[in-house]
Unconditional design. Structure first.
Length: 173
């Protein structure tokens, strides 16, 4: 696994999220299916560390993340998105400056929740592989009863290949 430097979940996230196509793929899955980007990233991080997540593991991590996500991060995201097109008759430059500050708070909120999620990692790691990452993503999708159509498969394959570029067979089937 070539993504991440110090092994922390946040470092992994920053490295993976910055790769071509990953951010739009994650946000597309979030917007279309209501999936939590941090949970998708957690599945990747665990798999890249060789850990397979059980439904119980996923539920435990979600129980840590969900209250913060629903009470803090999602409202900030909704506000940021609402401000994106301006807010007439308010001055556009001031609204944009404010929107950027809300974005910074949203990112810091993501960092806080990821630190808490990273503390939930259990079990010894094995060999990192695209198969482990894919298995974790599939387990999360199953837990959320998320349908996987062509667009979702394409987004998941983009994420998987960015996460495990050395695994040339990595695809989400």
């Amino acid at each position: 696994m070539s993504t991440g430097g110090d092994g922390t979940f946040w470092t992994f996230t920053l490295a993976l999220y910055g790769k071509p196509g990953v951010a739009p793929a994650l946000i597309g899955l979030q917007d279309r299916l209501g999936l939590d980007v941090n949970m998708l990233l957690y599945c990747c991080w665990a798999g890249a560390g060789g850990r397979l997540l059980s439904p119980e593991d996923l539920k435990a991590v979600e129980s840590v993340a969900e209250p913060w996500q629903s009470e803090v991060v999602r409202p900030l995201r909704a506000l940021r998105r609402r401000l994106k097109g301006g807010f007439a008759p308010m001055p556009a430059d001031r609204v944009e400056t404010y929107r950027k500050r809300v974005n910074e708070l949203e990112i810091e909120g993501e960092h806080i929740v990821q630190n808490a999620m990273g503390q939930q990692a259990r079990g010894a790691g094995g060999n990192a592989s695209g198969a482990a990452v894919a298995a974790n993503l599939k387990a999360y999708l199953k837990l959320r009863h998320a349908p996987v159509e062509a667009a979702e498969r394409a987004d998941l394959t983009t994420i998987l290949r960015a996460c495990c570029p050395e695994d040339l067979s990595a695809s989400f089937a």
